[in-house]
Write a protein that binds this ligand. Sequence first.
Ligand SMILES: Nc1ncnc2c1ncn2[C@@H]1O[C@H](COP(=O)(O)OP(=O)(O)O)[C@@H](O)[C@H]1O
Ligand SMILES: [Mg+2]
Length: 366
Amino acid sequence: MADAVTVPDEWLPGIDALRKAPEGAAIFLLGGVDRGKTTFTTHAARILAAEFERVAVVDCDIGQSEIGPPGTVGVARARADAERLTDLKPAGIYFVGAFSPAQVALETVTATAEAIARARVAKANRILVDTSGFVSGPAARRLKVAKAQVVAPSLILGFGAQAEIGGLLSAVSNATGAKTLRLETPAAVGRKLTALRTTRRLTRLARALENGREIDLPLREVSLVGATLGAGEPLPPELIRWSAKVLRMPLAYGESADGLLTLFLRDGVPRRDWEVDAEPVSAHFKAKSVRVLSLGSYVGAYLGLHDTRGQLLSVARCIGLDPVRDVLTVFAPPPATPERVRLVSFGRVRLNEDGSQHSDIRPGEI
Ligand SMILES: Nc1ncnc2c1ncn2[C@@H]1O[C@H](COP(=O)(O)OP(=O)(O)O)[C@@H](O)[C@H]1O
Ligand SMILES: [Mg+2]
């Protein structure tokens, strides 16, 4: 039997609205950072799980993920005895590959849609959708509206003052037809320091990569998403050598696809102003554009390893890429094995070996 859950008075109307929501309803939580959304979700999940047979929690805060590893959207069945969302067993984890939603808006919305679909297939009586605190500015509005459109909630719960959240709440409601209820933030809700968030993320990333080992994936047998490499036909070695001479750069590999020629350095950055010498190369390959990338830029990339059905097997870290030897080396925990991995999603961040964040991957960099 669950311990009694003490819910702040300010939040009681929210719990009541969840009970009264239509059967199968999704409830979309909206509010800035540290407004208590996750704490509310935790309380509500426990209370509802004691009253309804199937309650699903969808966690789409990719920066402070509770159900799956950071950089993923997770869905789990609520339990009356779960003190934290991290205690819930994930029913589905969907890789997004970064920790700030603005960087990966498309992936965040898609992953949210997949998680919701999972909850609906499981015939959840209620679906609680916890979100990130990214609420200010036009990019946030676009993302929240898009996310709400795929969630199709019956109810939107707003956390925070009218001046802060009112406009966004109306926009999301008008985009979905959902009812809204705004809840004031209880005084007890504190502020999590940025350092604490970063530490929590690091701990959770380290845990997700625990028991990892180096595995070599045959590049020819996996599809890469979010990377340029692997999108075209490899160039013959003599043409790489010729291009290297013309461009005066130590090129290791190259591919051409549909008028786009991509040449790869093993490491380092392209020589300055190499473009002025590129004309003979683009003419030879009849390429509309020529790009030079570095295989070194792929090192550290946060990866999602998927099977043939697109199911996430494990998150992973890219150790190295050797297209000449046809190998992508990753650090990955089970159940990912070379036999099972068929799709590799490249995230938008690089990790250090300890799981801490190294740098962002810029658009077009890999
Ligand atoms: N009802 C509460 N009583 C005391 N502390 C709370 C309460 N709700 C939230 N907190 C604390 O406030 C901080 C922010 O809450 P959280 O639920 O993580 O917010 P959000 O998900 O909106 O960012 C956390 O440190 C949390 O422990
Ligand atoms: Mg939260």
